[in-house]
Design a protein around this ligand. Structure first.
Ligand code: SF4
Length: 224
């Protein structure tokens, strides 16, 4: 995959995994991060962990207390009950303390489907939970940068939404890729969206995949 090779070389793959959280902690962290700046969701997560001794304690606490602990992120009044709902579902479905370590034993599609039955969990969050956590399973999240770059490169059609993009882009990955390769691919496309393929004015003139990109070709030849 030429796009993968060039973007990985451009942004310095292999990338270090940024997280060593267990899967449940990664899931809660992802739920806190929805439409929130990284530094704010990180602060909310740290405060939540500092305030409660376990995820079971978060589940059973008064919602106002959880809301107060995560006040650094956006919409704490919605996220606090959502997180408690998720934790209750996890313990009910597992029949014990809140823990997602068992997902390591499931095939990835089943593990994702299990997670996506939880309230507020879509394909990006399920993939992030499996890939970014200590499970390190090769499931690929697609964020807005990754999605935009994939569309411009015509890896997916212009009308494919983020949800369907998860399925179509996963089908393009070599089946033998391990978690590091999947992570590198996601990170490289995301970095490209952040550092070159901007939403408003992509810097096609200095793009390392310009000759592979129909959108960029049209930009530089003035067809758009
Ligand atoms: S050529 Fe332009 S549109 Fe295509 S990937 Fe590069 S920066 Fe994005």
């Amino acid at each position: 995959m030429l796009v993968h090779e060039r973007l990985c070389a451009e942004y310095g793959a292999p990338f270090r995994f940024f997280s060593v959280k267990d899967p449940l902690s990664e899931l809660i962290s992802a739920l806190l991060s929805h439409r929130t700046r990284n530094q704010d969701s990180h602060r909310a997560y740290q405060q939540l962990r500092a305030h409660f001794s376990s995820w079971d304690a978060v589940r059973d606490a008064p919602t106002a207390e959880v809301q107060e602990a995560i006040s650094a992120c956006t919409w704490p009044e919605q996220k606090a009950p959502r997180i408690q709902h998720v934790l209750r579902e996890v313990s009910q479905r597992c029949g014990g303390p809140c823990d997602l370590a068992f997902l390591a034993e499931m095939p990835i599609p089943e593990a994702r489907a299990w997670l996506e039955q939880l309230p507020g969990v879509g394909p990006k969050t399920s993939a992030a939970t499996l890939l970014f956590s200590s499970l390190r399973l090769p499931a690929m999240p697609v964020d807005s940068h990754h999605h935009r770059v994939a569309q411009r490169l015509a890896l997916i059609g212009p009308k494919v939404d983020e949800k369907l993009a998860h399925k179509l882009l996963a089908e393009l990955l070599p089946p033998a890729w391990d978690a590091q390769q999947v992570y590198d691919h996601h990170e490289a496309l995301m970095f490209h969206g952040q550092k070159c393929c901007y939403f408003h004015t992509p810097a096609c003139g200095r793009c390392v995949v310009l000759n592979l990109c129909p959108f960029g070709q049209a930009q530089v030849t003035g067809d758009r």
